[in-house]
Write a protein that binds this ligand. Structure first.
Ligand SMILES: [Zn+2]
Length: 252
């Protein structure tokens, strides 16, 4: 309980300058205690004021927002994705800027596939996983996985780091070869043990590329998720207990 009651103080700190939000945050924290799907050390916020468009921080970072369109494991746009915009906390966006500056010296660039992800999008994934009749993307994204198991196998989470705004999915592309993505051993969002960053079956150039991405992201303050070579979270994320749920729209 003490952890729960400590949250409003943190919110007052993190939302400094937005004094009107303090009572709102307090009210939200109490409503959280009544919700069965939210644990007592988390809070949901609709506030987007501490988020930035990555394109505005680092215009050369390439974006291919998969959940805005149809090329994803669900096979359609996901709830909450109203524009193809990569939003992250300022801290995470500036971390990516430093990675990008280093990559460009070598003729490479980041390409992001997903950034901030609204809670309603995660809820959309959960609903999808419970519908066994919809298997249209199985061959491409999860040929060897029962879709009802994607949560327990760790490929999709009911509480995603993306929803906290400091987690990003990305790869490397070659600026000198028509922006072609580098070989990482699997495509993005391929639900397979082979997507695990250290999977021993990934060798040669793909191994070098994975290791390069991981070491560069680590150098600039991000931590890799061991089951997905593409998924990184800022070590010092500013909102470790806050799950956001504002729509992704161009206006932010
Ligand atoms: Zn991810």
């Amino acid at each position: 309980m003490s952890r729960f009651f400590a949250l409003p103080a943190r919110l007052n700190k993190t939302f400094s300058g937005i004094n009107l939000l303090a009572p709102l945050a307090l009210a939200l924290s109490f409503s959280v205690s009544c919700s069965s799907r939210i644990t007592k050390d988390t809070i949901v916020s609709a506030d987007s004021s501490h988020f930035v468009s990555v394109k505005k921080v680092s215009p050369t970072i390439q974006t291919e927002m998969r959940y805005f369109g149809f090329n994803n494991f669900v096979g359609r746009p996901i709830a909450g994705y109203k524009s193809a915009t990569c939003y992250l906390t300022r801290e995470a966006a500036f971390g990516l800027l430093r990675v990008q500056q280093e990559l460009e010296k070598d003729g490479l660039s980041l390409r992001v596939y997903d950034c901030y992800r609204p809670q309603k999008a995660v809820d959309d994934f959960i609903a999808w996983s419970k519908n066994p009749n919809d298997q249209k993307t199985k061959a491409e994204f999860y040929p060897n996985v029962d879709k009802s198991k994607v949560f327990e196998l760790g490929y999709v989470a009911s509480r995603s780091g993306h929803t906290r705004g400091s987690t990003v999915d990305l790869t490397l592309v070659n600026l000198k070869n028509e922006n072609a993505p580098l070989d990482m051993g699997t495509p993005y969002d391929f639900f397979s043990p082979r997507s695990a960053t250290a999977d021993p079956s990934v060798i040669g150039v793909a191994r070098e590329n994975r290791d390069r991405l991981k070491s560069l992201m680590e150098k600039h303050g991000f931590k890799n998720y061991e089951k997905e070579w593409w998924h990184f979270t800022l070590n010092d994320e500013p909102y470790p207990n806050i799950y956001f749920d504002f729509n992704i729209e161009e206006k932010y």
